[in-house]
Design a protein around this ligand. Structure first.
Ligand code: FES
Length: 118
């Protein structure tokens, strides 16, 4: 099963940790969790993925597949929808690799790393 790992301690934006007493990561995690529940995608929160120089980092993972780390999201419903859509394509892919033409617009420019499975 594809899992979206969301860092819940990430900044809201460059140089801005919080908005309305919540970190950017908490806000993004809330949006992702709401949408993922409808799709049967697992979401977990962690505190720090060590990508702190960027705001709003997430990882998309499944055992035996490539892991993708993405960041620099504006923590809103639109970004969450793009992350969810990408996670769905990742789940459908045998290797985790998603052809560029299937990438949702909202993930383009947000990739940080691709990690081979062990
Ligand atoms: S606080 Fe989110 S990656 Fe470090």
């Amino acid at each position: 099963m594809t899992t979206i790992t969301v860092c819940d301690t990430c900044n809201y934006a460059p140089g801005q940790k919080m908005l309305d007493d919540k970190t950017g990561g908490e806000i993004l995690a809330g949006h992702v969790e709401r949408l993922a529940a409808e799709k049967g995608i697992e979401v977990r929160r962690v505190s720090c993925l060590m990508g702190c120089e960027r705001h709003c980092n997430v990882a998309i993972q499944e055992a035996g597949k490539l892991t993708y780390v993405l960041g620099k999201f504006t923590p809103d419903a639109e970004a969450a929808a793009a992350i969810i859509e990408y996670a769905e394509r990742h789940g459908e892919s045998e290797t985790g690799q998603v052809p560029f033409k299937q990438w949702p617009q909202g993930v383009k420019g947000h990739f940080v790393a691709r990690v081979p499975s062990v």
